[in-house]
Design a protein around this ligand. Structure first.
Ligand code: PHB
Ligand code: FE
Length: 324
């Protein structure tokens, strides 16, 4: 059973109201309003929808997805906390924090219904601001096509016979305006006779230059528990990610500025400029948000170890990548 409530419709704007447990959600032309027992929290609607899109697409992600410094979700892998202010020291100190736990599928269903109703025609929450319309205004159609796009699953290594080949203009994935200088040629592979269909290389930069989404890491290689997740970034990561394990960033092109805050309190901890070639290890007790002035290529290196879940639960997960 869900607490989905689609019966109430906002008469002026045409958007539906929703509820999840003690929370109710409402939007108007510019803002999302979240009512909770201690008050009402307001966010710009574009920020809210872009963060909601990520939280849905990533299945509540690793650890905490802060839509901003106040509102967000904490993934317990099966159930999920929805909170206002619990990860913000000022809210906690002032007794304005509130949190409720939901079975993950239940909250996911409500989140998907909100995203579908509140995303209007022409607005794509996955796109860079210059490459989409605005989220503002009264209810006007939807963009279910954009918000329900799923990642393309490779059947074999990208570019090998039998796999989907997206690196051509015919597929609709054209080279992004910021990546016109990216070499589109394939590497030359000289296989020993008999191994021609087993050895292969492809141009990852050409592949990434055609990505039509921003801030959406996709797994392109899995080696045991090591997941390499490249992504193309432009403007602002729509969430402050409070990871529950160490994660690594490899900046492959251009530049991203990372704002690092304490995971629990939201207090500022560091500001980091990553340029092409820079590698950073994000500790497990912080939250981070990236700012990319032009489209850039980033590899997010995630730890998919099954044992890590147990370590997170009993508090023994390493806080940093290496202790010297
Ligand atoms: C992250 O939170 O680590 C993250 C999320 C999405 C990105 C990049 C990094 O595109
Ligand atoms: Fe992260």
């Amino acid at each position: 059973m869900t607490n989905l409530n689609v019966a109430v419709s906002n008469e002026q704007t045409g958007y539906q109201n929703f509820s999840a447990g003690s929370f109710t959600f409402r939007r108007d032309e510019y803002f999302a309003y979240v009512d909770y027992p201690d008050g009402e929290y307001v966010m710009p609607i574009d920020d809210f929808l872009k963060a909601l899109m990520r939280d849905i697409a990533w299945g509540f992600f690793y650890g905490t997805v802060n839509f901003d410094s106040v509102f967000g979700t904490i993934n317990h892998y099966g159930n999920v906390d929805l909170f206002i202010g619990t990860q913000n020291e000022e809210y906690v100190n002032n007794g304005k924090d509130f949190m409720e736990n939901f079975p993950s599928e239940e909250l996911m269903e409500i989140f998907k219904a909100i995203l579908s109703d509140w995303t209007i025609e022409g607005f794509d929450p996955f796109a860079a601001p210059q490459e989409t319309g605005t989220a503002w205004g009264p209810k006007n159609g939807n963009n279910d096509e954009a918000i329900s796009r799923t990642r393309q699953v490779a059947q074999r290594m990208i570019g090998m016979p039998g796999d989907t080949e997206i690196r051509s203009d015919e597929t609709g994935y054209t080279v992004n305006r910021h990546f016109k200088d990216v070499d589109q040629s394939n590497p030359v592979v000289e296989a020993e006779p008999g191994f021609e269909d087993q050895i292969h290389g492809f141009n990852l930069w050409a592949h990434l230059s055609r990505s039509d989404v921003t801030w959406n890491p996709s797994i392109v290689s899995i080696c045991k528990q090591s997941l390499l997740c490249p992504t193309t970034e432009e403007y602002i990561l729509p969430v402050e990610h409070g990871n529950d394990r160490v994660e690594w960033f490899i900046q492959c092109s251009d530049e991203i500025v990372w704002e690092i805050k304490d995971g629990k309190s939201s207090k500022p901890r560091a500001s980091l400029i990553m340029r092409a070639g820079d590698v950073a290890c994000m500790p497990a007790d912080i939250r981070h948000q990236g700012f990319s002035p032009k489209r850039s290529m980033l590899i997010v290196w995630e730890n998919g170890s099954p044992e890590i879940m147990e370590k997170i639960k009993n508090g023994t997960v390493p806080r940093v990548g290496v202790e010297f």
